[in-house]
Design a protein around this ligand. Structure first.
Ligand code: GLV
Ligand code: MN
Ligand code: MN
Length: 420
């Protein structure tokens, strides 16, 4: 590890810590770390150690998020909340979510080393579930903190048939106490999240940082297409009800309808049953992830998908059912906090920061229900690849992101003091 005390060495520490957390995986190869797993408990403990070394008091909250607080000049003052997530998609990169948590801890570490207390406290939340990998429904950790937990979620099940309720208990949490994850209303002055861009625009523009204008609303569904299994040789085409052939038409319709409407949609998981090479598929289960800058446009795409799926089902003698597993509306960053992030970026020498709209989802979407928010995007290389092991960020970009994030936090603290 580089010597401490310079921005470069802080950035190197952050990258070293990303590597350390990447070792906490349920998979023998690659990184997979899901909500309420043993790996989740381990990264929480590691992050808590780093928070404490940065002068914070720490606790694991009632939803399994790792939290920390660096006290204000006046103890008990409202806090700026910084955060992102420590869970991952299957076979993930090492920076999605993690970089934002570590930048947040590093900002506090700098304040602590400088002996600085701000007019606001600085809290950090390392969210346990943003991706929704384990239970299908995303943002569980940040929605618990936002106080928007839905009791219907207790019955969600993972691939092993474990309910969310049982997973809570196995992790040592009390389902009846989940509301305690939410801070009291009025105790936050805002939420700032740093995150890798997960797209190519910063790299194309040869810039390191951007301020986020808004985040696309996302909906996710589980599609079940039911036909009739049968002999791959014996059943002639005119008598078939092939669930996979029908599902394939629907997959292509999802892509076409979303593209035509300026939205994005992905079928990321598809399974055919019974799965024999010489058996006509009788059942298909598939996921659909659908996003748009405007909720109404995105919802119109879904209605069109359903209509086309019904037509496919009718023509092929299939049934199609859709179950919504996740829904989050599009959110727009608060103008005042956007200005704070712009000020933070400007302090690093970029007088006219780039603004980007995020098609990726973030914990900020959930925290938006609780308080004002804004986000700082950091360039990721290799064309902006993400949700992939090749995810990459540069040392110099992490260094400038840390400077900008610290400057944004200080700017928000100063504005809050001025307004008081
Ligand atoms: C989270 O990364 C999402 O956008 O799905
Ligand atoms: Mn992600
Ligand atoms: Mn993320």
């Amino acid at each position: 590890m580089s010597p401490a005390g310079t921005p470069g060495s802080d950035a190197q520490t952050i990258l070293d810590r990303c590597d350390e957390l990447a070792r906490e995986s349920s998979a023998a190869h690659g990184i997979t770390r899901v909500y309420l797993s043993p790996e989740h408990a381990r990264v929480n403990a590691i992050a808590a150690g780093w928070m404490e070394a940065a002068g914070m008091t720490t606790w694991q909250d009632a939803a399994g998020n790792q939290r920390g607080r660096y006290e204000a000049e006046t103890p008990g003052a409202p806090a700026v909340l910084l955060g992102s997530h420590l869970d991952t998609v299957p076979d993930a990169g090492r920076y999605d979510g993690v970089l934002g948590v570590l930048l947040a801890i590093a900002v506090v570490d700098r304040l602590h080393r400088a002996g600085t207390r701000l007019p606001v406290a600085v809290e950090v939340a390392a969210f346990g579930d943003e991706e929704g990998t384990r239970f299908g429904t995303a943002l569980l950790g940040s929605r618990a903190l936002a106080g928007t937990w839905d009791d219907a979620w207790w019955q969600l099940v993972d691939d092993q048939g474990t309910t969310l309720r049982d997973a809570f208990t196995a992790f040592g949490l009390d389902p009846a106490a989940v509301a305690d994850a939410a801070p009291p209303r009025g105790s936050l002055v805002g939420y700032l999240e740093a995150h890798i861009e997960q797209g190519p625009y910063l790299e194309e523009a040869d810039r390191a940082l951007a301020v986020v204008s808004s985040i696309a609303g996302a909906r996710r569904f589980e599609l079940t297409v039911t036909g009739v299994a049968g002999h791959a040789g014996g059943v002639p085409f005119h008598r078939r009800h092939d669930a996979l052939a029908g599902a394939s038409e629907i997959v292509l319709a999802v892509e076409r309808l979303a593209r035509d409407a300026g939205c994005v949609a992905t079928v990321g998981r598809l399974q055919a049953f019974p799965g024999g090479v010489n058996v006509i598929p009788g059942l298909v289960e598939a996921s659909v992830d659908l996003r748009g800058e405007h909720d109404a446009e995105r919802d119109a795409v879904w209605e069109a998908v359903l209509a086309e799926a019904a037509e496919v089902a009718e023509r092929r003698g299939l049934t199609v059912e859709a179950r919504e597993t996740h829904s989050a509306p599009a959110v727009v960053a608060s103008p005042a906090l956007r200005d704070v992030v712009r000020e933070g970026i400007a302090a690093t020498g970029d007088a006219d920061p780039m603004t980007l709209f995020s098609k990726a989802g973030h914990d900020a979407m959930a925290v938006a229900e609780l308080t004002d928010w804004a986000m700082l995007f950091v360039r990721c290389g290799a064309g902006g690849i993400s949700h992939h092991p090749d995810e990459i960020v540069g040392l110099a970009d992490v260094a400038v992101a840390l400077d900008a994030f610290e400057a944004a936090v200080r700017a928000l603290a100063a504005r809050t003091a001025e307004a008081a």
